[in-house]
Design a protein around this ligand. Structure first.
Ligand code: HXC
Length: 268
């Protein structure tokens, strides 16, 4: 679908996306790039990064891939350093790296719980922490903001309770809390806006194929009136809105993109 935004709304800006080589992260990489941003993507798998960068470049987007694991502080430092060496600045950090699997709380080992907390929550904080010194100078001085911006990809699982997702629910609750705390501290001190996006079920993603088996998709309408599957494009458009000057007054919000699903109850 064509974007409703002008193609130069992010012109001259540099974006770094963790988990930017696949799924929702890759669509955000693509749309930020199509709207003028220079794009660095960070991920653990070289083959995924290589193929993502080739696809971005084939669309005329200036993109680089940087191998790294958000669980390792030294990787975060190195990847940020490489982004600055390559593109000279940092305006937008998108934390999209996430770990997930379905498992009952009874069967989940504490190390399994910790692993997802480490990727989603600690990884998000680590990237933000190491990016701060660059984001302070980001934002191109456009609009009232003198700093860059951060987008944290979250979920809606923890608004209620979700079966077999105790680890991810806890991790995303922490991510939302990090979003608010950084919005307060860094918004006040550095004009850095920090927001989140909470996607519902999105087609063609690992999240949906792992977490919502086919029968849930087909039967969901019977017990969840608002059940609709979204597109990665929907998430990327929200990212553009929040990252661009269109979102200049938005700080500390996690925008829910689920078609209203988390509100919905069975029809009585
Ligand atoms: C139970 C599991 C498990 C599983 C791993 N563990 N997979 N436990 N069921 N399926 C446990 C292991 O037993 C181990 O604990 C601990 O977790 C670490 O596992 P490792 O394999 O050593 O970790 P690692 O190789 O680092 O991999 C971590 C990973 C990650 C979390 C499994 O590779 C991963 O999930 N990658 C997929 C990424 C992904 O799907 N992203 C999309 C996210 S979608 P023990 O105790 O045995 O040592 C998303 C959407 C959420 O986030 C919202 C949807 C609506």
């Amino acid at each position: 679908m064509e974007s409703p935004f002008k193609p130069d709304i992010l012109k001259g800006m540099v974006a770094l996306l963790t988990g930017g080589g696949s799924g929702i992260g890759f669509e955000i990489s693509t749309q930020l790039g199509k709207h003028g941003a220079l794009v660095a993507i960070m991920g653990r798998r070289k083959d995924v990064l290589d193929s993502a960068v080739a696809t971005l470049q084939s669309q005329g987007i200036r993109a680089i891939g940087l191998e790294g694991d958000v669980r390792k502080q030294e990787d975060a430092i190195r990847v940020l350093d490489s982004t600055i060496k390559h593109f000279g600045r940092l305006d937008i950090l998108v934390n999209a790296a996430a770990g997930n699997f379905l498992v009952s709380a009874e069967d989940l080992s504490p190390n399994g719980f910790r692993t997802v907390m480490d990727i989603d929550s600690v990884g998000t904080f680590t990237m933000c922490h190491e990016a701060l010194k660059y984001l302070k100078k980001g934002g191109l001085g456009r609009g009232p903001s003198n700093g860059g911006t951060i987008l944290n990809i979250s979920a809606t699982l923890h608004y209620t309770a979700s079966w077999y997702q105790i680890h991810v629910s806890a991790a995303k609750a922490a991510v939302d809390s990090i979003t608010r705390s950084l919005a307060l501290e860094w918004g006040t001190d550095y004009d850095i806006r920090v927001n989140g996006i909470a996607p519902g079920p999105i087609e063609d993603t690992a999240g949906l194929s792992k977490l919502a088996p086919v029968e849930i998709k087909s039967k969901a309408k019977e017990y969840r009136p608002l059940y609709k599957v979204g597109e990665k494009w929907d998430i990327a458009m929200a990212a553009l809105y929040l990252a661009s000057d269109a979102g200049k007054y938005i700080n500390g919000t996690t925008l829910i993109l689920d078609g209203g699903l988390w509100l919905s109850r069975p029809r009585y």
